[in-house]
Design a protein around this ligand. Structure first.
Ligand code: GLN
Length: 283
């Protein structure tokens, strides 16, 4: 490209996919998405219409970022989740397909939620998806990061649910954070649950917010803090659905049962343990 030779979109994508294959498991897809971005087009339009066009100069800079392990979602500034587009910045965890099974579990456990609390809302993906799916529901998203809350608020605007969504700066490790919150019939959370010395891919470790990922030596610190606070935040028949690491079901169930909860495990699309559903044992 630098010598002025005309390089087609098709050839540029092929070269970029080759280069990214060293570090990305989705090299071709990444290259197509970044080319669509450089062209200001959608991926489907790119494939249908632009393959013989001259590759835009802006493509190279995007590929260099991806080659340095920056996640595609941060380069594009958006991530699809449960069929909707969410704005993401490095201040929030990128919503993952795994977490769609948390939404699914929540909708099964609480088919008509009225008041929803999302602990550690980040981009707002979990809460805002539930509000978009259930027009009678209202919700509160809390996060300790003001920058994350700003992203969540913008996503609430984009999804047209601002009237039903409140985003509040709260830190569940601080006493009194939930004073005057009342009770909720559904509480959801994707808390940090990664062991501090876990072997994470460079995409995650170098780019995603550590405070959304890490939770002590076993990844359990936040469950130990949060779960004992749930009984006072739930209605008597309320339900809490928490995302878990796929090896954590037994440990989190134990913490939950010590707090008087009955717990069930839900799996993700890969069949791995991904969420626990908690209900207070009555009587
Ligand atoms: N699923 C994420 C990961 O493995 C972790 C999310 C979290 O800690 N809540 O990167």
């Amino acid at each position: 490209m630098s010598d002025g030779t005309r390089v087609t979109v098709a050839a540029a994508i092929r070269d970029a996919a080759q280069r990214l294959s060293q570090t990305s498991g989705t090299a071709r897809l990444d290259a197509e998405l970044l080319m669509a971005q450089a062209l200001g087009s959608s991926r489907s339009d790119l494939l249908l219409r632009h393959m013989r066009d001259t590759a835009p100069g802006a493509f190279e800079a995007l590929i260099s970022r991806r080659a340095a392990n920056e996640p595609v979602a941060y380069i594009l500034g958006v991530q699809e989740f449960y069929g909707r587009e969410f704005m993401v910045t490095p201040d929030v965890l990128i919503p993952r397909a795994d977490s769609e099974s948390v939404v699914q579990a929540a909708l099964e456990a609480a088919p008509e939620p009225r008041r929803v609390l999302d602990c550690g809302t980040g981009s707002g993906a979990l809460l805002l998806t539930l509000l978009a799916e259930r027009s009678d529901a209202r919700g509160v998203g809390i996060d300790s990061s003001p920058a994350a809350l700003e992203v969540a608020r913008r996503n609430a605007v984009a999804l047209g649910v601002t009237q039903r969504a409140q985003m509040l700066e709260k830190d569940w490790t601080k006493a009194g954070w939930a004073d005057a919150f009342g009770t909720f019939d559904l509480i959801i959370a994707n808390p940090p649950y990664v062991e501090v010395d876990a072997d994470l891919s460079p995409d995650v470790r170098a780019y995603e917010p550590p405070q959304a990922l890490f939770s002590g030596p076993e990844g359990l610190d936040d469950y130990r803090i949060l779960i004992p606070q749930l009984p006072q935040l739930l209605t008597e028949t309320g339900v809490a659905v928490l995302e878990i690491g796929h090896m954590q079901a037994a440990s989190v169930m134990k913490i939950a049962s010590e707090q008087g909860f009955a717990a069930d495990v839900r799996v993700d699309l890969a069949g791995r343990d991904r969420a626990i559903v908690l209900r207070l044992k009555l009587g």
